[in-house]
Write a new protein. Sequence first.
Length: 320
Amino acid sequence: MVELVSDYRDFDFASLWQGREKVTDVERELLRLAFHPPGRQRILEIGTGFGRLTRTLTGLAAEVVCSDFDSHSLGRLDFPDPPGGPTMRVAANVFHLPFVDGAFTDASMVRVHHHLADPRAAMRELYRVLQGAGRLVVSYNPKPTIGTFVNDVRRATRRAGTTPFESTTFSPKGRIELRPDPFPIYVASRRRFAEDLEAAGFELEREMVSGLEEHCPVKYASTRAIVRLAEVFGRAPTFPTRWAIARCGKAPMPLPPGDQLLACPRCRAPLELPQDGAAPSCRTCGYVGRRTSGRVLDLRYLGEGAVRVGSRPPQAPALR
Ligand SMILES: C[S@@+](CC[C@H](N)C(=O)[O-])C[C@H]1O[C@@H](n2cnc3c(N)ncnc32)[C@H](O)[C@@H]1O
């Protein structure tokens, strides 16, 4: 399967969130619930973006590592460090994570799954870098839901001429690619999502739901009440977003110290961070990373034939 990476570099994601504070409040509360009890040891955040949820994670764990393909957003992050020391910011591709096996006790991936053409490959990477009893929290856009139905109606009525219309809501396919907006968007049936998770080694423990607060007067309810609904209706099929809480079922292993987390994203050999500020390089395969201003370690790697999809097609490189 082609490795597709959504490149947010030229995309003003933060401006999409103006006026949506209620949604962020609900999602912060869902994270607190998912990572209960607090006092986790080391959380990996995949797809940090502009740090909308990072402040919540730094309140739940001694150490947090922020990771995103967009190195520029990582460089601009501004939030208090957790008790265990400064938060590491690592620009990385979720399909080739630059961390050693079992580097994290927990991981969170919010609003990223819908960009992944091959979610199973990403889940396998997350499984690899998690500890034996590690917890993964991942949000995804399922089908069918009220959201896919509204989307279907919009698409059916706006369809030009003889363009064939394919319903997302009623399609028997396990996974559907929607029209890029501006990045590729995928929705998966709940069964397909669970299969992907389990194929990677995870055990799905529980699901919570959200998303109505974006679309209806529920936004005027208290955050606590909405989150209670998310718990109670965890099995209901209609909500636009689902939050899966999964456990990594592998044998326990020692947690590596904070200065031994890095691995080469290409060959996975342990990677040392030179003390003199030089760029980290892999002694085994020759891969060279970068250190950028704003405390970002750039350890991105794109697999053979990977396609990088930008938000502005004329300027964005189509291929790596
Ligand atoms: C919709 S944003 C969500 C950001 C943040 N989690 C939030 O909820 O505010 C998706 C994020 O996923 C990142 N992303 C997309 N594809 C990625 C990949 N292959 N590897 C790492 N990050 C990726 C993007 O750079 C972007 O920051």
